[in-house]
Design a protein around this ligand. Structure first.
Ligand code: MG
Length: 463
């Protein structure tokens, strides 16, 4: 995905491209116009209302302005909440009873990227069929520009972070967390989580040591919250006297990674498991949802609570929500540090994740390292296969077909890419929605075995 000539990626996750090449104000205006036209055609509202936010990366304002232009020129009214976390856009759609939302973000991608995501009137990432309808409208430029007298209006709302934080505070045990007066190190990567992340922790009576806490949009480090990018967080947590943990948000603040009080990165897979553990403790059991690439730790933790179950879904936030919502699930998410807490919003939310982890710490009264040590542990290997040299995205289907044939004797699922379950581990191969790569994830008792499973599948795929 480092290639500067990457095409505009269009998928269920929205549009993503290289700023100034494939992601331009022209693209953003057309995308806003396509989404506005879609809302006009499907909501039967004369003036659909759309909440618009941006993740604070430095290329965002002209793209957001263009997208707002597209929306208002198709007759939508816009509530402009400015720099906002992606989950905040979800919260504000409900707050304003709007018909949809649009956020300008490329999530954890490096700074040369930007993108556009749409949300529906429930603050949900639209299901695949709807997402495709919006993308098709954009590709075919089926945009219904409105009459001059019907142009939408723009209203600014500067209260979004406050509203989001209050929603989280209303759904966690504030008193228990405040009583602990935790010291927490927060790395907001100078992204959209700076204001809300700090506000939440201060409301929870935490002493906050904030690194990369200026919302300049110039990322303080490579933005994906992986161990190699969180060296500063680990150092700051080690140096902060008595820190309970360190939290890292990605630029649009939907994902959360954690380091424990000894400054050890606990792995992004643990975020969802810790949040789920707290919710299971609170409720005594319930339905959880996680995608097929998520660690089996969550299954083991759920098994400790009678009547609990884990619904496994295809990768992608919309798919997880589609599993979680009809089951009245208590929590859902993805192994990349994305936690979906239904009382707050249907979007992965780093604020909810932080609050639930702190609630767990408060109630357990033990250091985070001990709580993590008590979790079942597996080794997970995540690899990316670059497809550029083997025919790009066109190489995906034949590669997956080869894997299915090679492991026909094992348990194989093709709900989403191909997942092969071996007796002592599993491997999941799938094309990325947003980058010209294939992701391979393997989990087993040891790293060597997970590596081996990965390699066996890579060879079978011929990539
Ligand atoms: Mg993100």
């Amino acid at each position: 995905m480092q290639t500067p000539d990457a095409p505009l990626m269009l998928s269920v996750s929205g549009a993503r491209g290289i700023v100034g090449k494939t992601m331009t104000p022209e693209v953003a205006a057309a995308y806003g116009g396509a989404f506005g036209s879609f809302l006009k055609a499907t909501t039967r509202k004369a003036r659909p209302r759309v909440v618009v936010g941006l993740d604070g990366r430095i290329s965002g304002p002209p793209l957001a302005a263009a997208a707002i232009g597209g929306l208002t020129a198709t007759g939508c009214d816009v509530i402009d909440i400015g720099v906002a976390m992606t989950p905040t856009v979800g919260v504000m759609i409900g707050h304003h009873k709007a018909e949809g939302g649009l956020t300008v973000t490329a999530s954890h991608n490096p700074i040369q990227w930007n993108g556009i995501k749409c949300l529906d009137g429930d603050g949900l990432a639209p299901p695949p069929a709807i997402a495709k309808e919006i993308v098709d409208r954009f590709k075919e430029r089926r945009i219904d520009w409105c009459a001059p007298t019907a142009t939408g209006r723009v209203e600014q709302d500067g209260s979004a972070a406050r509203v989001h934080v209050d929603r989280v505070l209303g759904n966690v045990d504030v008193a228990a967390i405040r009583a602990k007066k935790f010291t927490v190190v927060l790395d907001s990567v100078n992204g959209s989580g700076c204001v809300g992340g700090r506000m939440l922790l201060e409301e929870l009576s935490c002493r906050v040591e904030h690194i990369f806490g200026e919302p300049t949009g110039v990322f303080g480090h490579t933005p994906e919250p992986l161990v190699e990018n969180l060296v500063d967080l680990a150092n700051a947590t080690r140096n902060a006297k008595g820190a309970a943990c360190g939290f890292a948000q990605d630029p649009d603040a939907d994902r959360l990674a954690i380091v424990d009080e000894t400054s050890r990165f606990i792995g992004e897979e643990c975020t969802l498991v810790l949040a789920a553990l707290r919710m299971l403790q609170r409720t005594g059991g319930g339905a959880l949802a996680a995608n097929l690439s998520t660690s089996r730790m969550i299954d083991d933790v759920a098994a400790r609570f009678a009547g609990s179950r884990v619904i496994r879904t295809a990768v992608g936030e919309a798919n997880v929500v589609a599993g979680l919502r009809p089951a009245n699930g208590i929590l859902g998410g993805e192994g990349n540090g994305g936690v979906i807490f239904p009382p707050v919003c249907w979007v992965r939310d780093s604020l909810s994740a932080m609050a639930l982890v702190l609630e767990l710490l408060a109630h357990e009264g033990k250091p985070l390292s001990q709580l993590v040590a008590a979790l079942p542990r597996y080794a997970m290997v995540k690899r990316k296969m670059e497809l550029a040299a083997v025919g790009g995205m066109a190489a995906v289907a034949p590669a997956l077909a080869k894997v299915k044939v090679a492991f026909a004797k094992e348990r194989v699922s093709d709900v989403d890419g191909v997942r092969v379950d071996f007796a002592d581990g599993w491997v999941h191969l799938r094309a990325s929605n947003t980058e010209p790569i294939m992701r391979v994830i393997a989990e087993a008792a040891t790293e060597a075995r997970a590596d081996e499973l990965c390699e066996v599948c890579r060879r079978a795929a011929g990539v």
